[in-house]
Design a protein around this ligand. Sequence first.
Ligand code: NDP
Length: 463
Amino acid sequence: MSQYDYDLFVIGGGSGGVRSGRIAATLGKKVGIAEEFRYGGTCVIRGCVPKKLLVYASHFSSDFEAAKGFGWDVGDSSFDWKTLIGSKDQEIDRLEGLYEKGLNNAGAEIFRTRAVLEGPHEVRLVNEDRVVSAEKIIIAVGGTPNRMKQMSGWEHCITSDEVFDLEQFPKNIVIQGGGYIAVEFACILAGLGAKTTLVYRGEEILRGFDWDIRTLLHEEMVRRGITVICGRTLESVEKIADSTLNVNLSDGTQIQADQVLQATGRLPVTEGLGLEKAGVEVASNYSIKVDDYSKTNVDSIWALGDVTNRVALTPVAIHEAMCFIDTEYRGIRTKPDHALIATAVFTQPEIGTIGLSEEEAGEQYPKLDIYRAHFRPMKNTLSGSSEKMLMKLIVDSETGIIVGLHIMGEAAGEMAQTLAIAIKMGATKDDFDRTMAVHPTAAEELVTMYQASYHVIDGKRTD
Ligand code: NDP
């Protein structure tokens, strides 16, 4: 009999934690799992899933507009935030139930409590005030929004944790940040009818993405009525009435709003987790340091997902969990593979991207061929919308391998998922050329761009 209460104890019931706990239990391991908030974690409860539901809701305003060109008279329309949030809550409750059911069916023991480390094999279940032991421990506690507490008036602001549950729909909102959450929520809230201002400290939104995508999204957001202010930050926020905030920007200008959303990144939630008691090392940003197999410096403790500050995306946490299972319980040593991760940004228009931006590729390859199509998709010939679609392939001239693929427009996320398989397999431009087009689709542009639009030699564009 084992000297420990559990073979595996998982702290954190989000994507990585639930996957590792559930599969380990399915494999016959004695598993305990603790979650202090709700099973499903950020992705399911207050992240990707409710966000996508809100994205669907926000599309209707432009769909109603587009309908006219196709002969539809939609009549008067109105939007009710409470109905949307109520429906969203029902769906999230259902998914949370499924997460728990999956763990239960697999035979894992579920705890609803904060859990902290007491040692290399010991976990304190705070609500039950008792310590359990485990042969292996996984820390998968995720991250929390950066609340910008250094800013005067931070307490009047909300983050992505609160935005899903606001009592009142914000009529006039200021969003700080230029990353995923900032641009997605700017498009969601503007689509639902809010006067929206996005304030970003850098030169252009979506740092790290291809410059074409960054500038074209900026233009499209402005076209949709969003005010985008770059090169500035929020200096302070003052509450002047119950639902009125004065937002002071770094250049001295002032904006009034009824809500301010800070979308300025997420921080690992390692504080008070007992890491020092167990001897687990953290990096300077308090994320947990791990090796190539997600193991910490302590032989019995692993960490997965956002708390490790590798790539903060749900599928990545799930992949890291599966690699842990393979390595520790299936006898197949497997390192998580963080190369060529496809990602989507659910803005309007949507973005799908795989691999390197033109700028990154220019630093890594001496010569690139760039294939670029910026066109009005067929739907917009009747809808009346001037929104264009972008398809861009970045090809290493020497090998013909596609090292970057960027799409902006309807269903870009769906396309990125399917194309990611080909790109991950090392697809070349020739492979794309040999592929028959599916007609009429927007995606056929990807296999019909016969001539390079321009080249990039030693990082410089040549036309
Ligand atoms: P991001 O890291 O994407 O963006 C943070 C933004 O805040 C950046 O624009 C950053 O600027 C800015 N910022 C950071 N610190 C400050 C500061 N002190 N003052 C002013 N601005 C600041 O984080 P998000 O919060 O948007 O999202 C968190 C993570 O969640 C993402 O990185 C992503 O991994 C994940 N996510 C994924 C989604 C998807 O897959 N569709 C959707 C939502 C979230 P700068 O660029 O200059 O550093």
